[in-house]
Design a protein around this ligand. Sequence first.
Ligand code: H79
Length: 479
Amino acid sequence: MTLRRTDCLLLAALALAAAAPPARAQSAGPVQAGATARAAGALTPALPAAPIDYTQESAEDKARRMAWFNHDRFGMFIHWGLYAVPAGAWGDRTDYGEWIMEQARIPVSEYEKFADQFNPTKFDADAWARMAKDAGMKYIVLTSKHHEGFALWPTKQSDWSIERTPFGRDPVAELAAACRRHGLRFAFYHSIMDWYHPAWETRRAWNDVATGSTNMEEYIPFMKAQLKELVENYGPLGIMWFDGEWESPWTHERGVDLYNYVRSLQPDILINNRVGKGRAGMSGMDQGQGVGDFGTPEQEVPGTGFAPGVYWESCMTMGDTWGYNATEDNWKSSRQLIHHLIDAASKGGNYLLNVGPTAEGLFPQESIDRLADIGRWMKVNSEAIYGTTASPIATPAWGRITQKRDRLYLHVFDAPADGQLVLPLQANVRRAYLLADRRQAVTTAQTPAGLTVTLPASLPDADATVIALETRGAVTALD
Ligand code: H79
């Protein structure tokens, strides 16, 4: 057993002592006995403030906090951990990813050996941040800890961390600094479920290094202490992106408590809905009782958007796995990835596209190539993504629509054979042109069927050519 048990127990005791009953922001709560005694002196100390219930935030305050997320639309997910060492291979299979410990039932004593082999000497945080930036991404979400429980930073709460490896550097600090240099927001993915920590209640049979008994009252203070390190040492952070919430030890009440805990450390941070229990499977949106700031569709873009004030972000892999797999051969095309980004924006959501770096610290070449392709598209067309809102009409067969102030952006994926787009819209168009060539005028006409746009004979971008329509006055949907 490698965790410092005494530390864990001490933290558990401290956290229990500090725990206060949940209270609404406006209720002062009962006066504490200790405070009353001290108040007898000449100087009256302030009463301890009641803990804020951040889940009671107004829609306006939330919109203010979500503004950057809602504007930026596009981020990079990075899944990097010890699973990069086996790179998907164990026994006679080569198709594993970041779930390899669980799916191959690797004894933890065996898995621990990957730490000795994790030495990413080719890791260049600046290069990673630059690739994200050049692709048009505005934020990076890095796995501080995936389900394997391994901390990618030198945590003081456990020795199951980067300090177990020969690497001798803190990749998290390096990437946080590089993001800041490149103007990217930095964020963490953090798994609630933990296959390594002995106290996680659904401890695996193959965790042969764990001792003692499982106990969530020990595990939760450990997790909070790790999160405190992440927020205080690498912040300010854009997002704390939780996952692994679906197992039975996690409850709605624990989710609300964790949400409030992380917000109390950094009030403006965003927290995804996997902090709670509301998520309806891989569709990622809350059903029933939820907590958290945004929905998390996984490996899909929803068919339609959602009501105003409902925020979401689709996360997706470029291949089959999130963690690096050396034999990956099912890569999505750049065209597909560009379409996913546009599709998400056209429905009012974000796109979080994953890279699984190698144990040497490199992005797979296939990912580098795709990021460059997306970057080339974004360089020309990003104004049709950033700061846009959802399409005013249902998804057309030929592509997608985004809008911003007095502009509509038509993203043409597949031009209709007759070269005409008919939008069920009433709009006064004062200028229409291609973002790829603003001198290339496009003809529009309002007809009873709607707004008709005649495409140029050839479209410059085989992935998505964007037509900007500058409008005057209201744009109304016809039905
Ligand atoms: O980190 C990446 C994956 O390793 C992780 N999420 C992304 C961001 C991931 N965890 N689980 N899965 C992917 C797939 C597992 C799905 C299931 Fe379930 C868990 C099926 C049943 C339990 C989620 C929760 C879907 C239904 C309930």
